[in-house]
Design a protein around this ligand. Structure first.
Ligand SMILES: C[S@@+](CC[C@H](N)C(=O)[O-])C[C@H]1O[C@@H](n2cnc3c(N)ncnc32)[C@H](O)[C@@H]1O
Length: 186
């Protein structure tokens, strides 16, 4: 636990923009975002797992490690994730590359990315990529700090998506709002 915190802090110092936080998500936030998945979800993708706080919560929900695929840009995090979860597939690349690695049969994408601190085109590319691999009825889960939802109304309309807030998690630093994005057509 302490080792995880120190490792995360080190990466936050080395890669401040990418990491975008000095501490991992709390277990309360991790459980809140993982609540939408279970053994029947099928394939699950996680973006930006860091030290694996949300990964643990996804696996605790009964998702089989073989059904979980991680996209982590930071090489040091990715190497540690491969050692910690040998049965989970870890890609060391940007989440925006998801369509190069997955078929369009994913049940849920769970994002731990600092989406709102990313440039708009990247933010859109990541969400668009996620929906290109999500099957019909698939869910994209994202949390944000503060009151802003993960995408602007314009971007939502352009991508044919809608969002709903599902839970406010106060026991996190800082407090976070969890959202689920779905296709308008579903
Ligand atoms: C705020 S940290 C969150 C870590 C973890 N999900 C948590 O909640 O504790 C953001 C993570 O996203 C990763 N990341 C940033 N940009 C990324 C991208 N485009 N694709 C994949 N991972 C990215 C960072 O390396 C870091 O691990």
């Amino acid at each position: 636990m302490i080792a995880d915190l120190a490792f995360f802090l080190k990466q936050a110092v080395l890669q401040p923009k990418q990491t975008s936080s000095i501490v991992p998500s709390s277990r309360h936030l991790a459980r809140a975002v993982a609540r939408v998945v279970g053994p029947d979800t099928g394939k699950v993708v996680e973006f930006g797992p860091g030290t694996g706080r949300i990964t643990d919560a996804i696996l605790e929900r009964g998702v089989r490690p073989q059904d979980l695929t991680l996209f982590e840009m930071n090489v040091d995090f990715a190497e540690a994730l491969r050692q910690k979860y040998p049965l989970v597939t870890t890609h060391v690349c940007g989440a925006q590359m998801v369509a190069d690695h997955m078929e369009a049969d994913v049940g849920a994408v769970i994002s731990g990315l600092p989406l709102l601190s990313m440039p708009r085109p990247l933010r859109r590319a990541i969400v668009k990529g996620a929906f290109s691999v999500l099957r019909r009825g698939g869910l994209f889960v994202q949390f944000t700090y503060g009151a802003k939802p993960p995408l602007s109304p314009d971007a939502l309309t352009e991508l044919g998506l809608r969002f709903r807030p599902i839970e406010k998690v106060w026991r996190n630093f800082p407090p976070a709002q969890v959202y689920v994005l779905t296709r308008q057509a579903d």
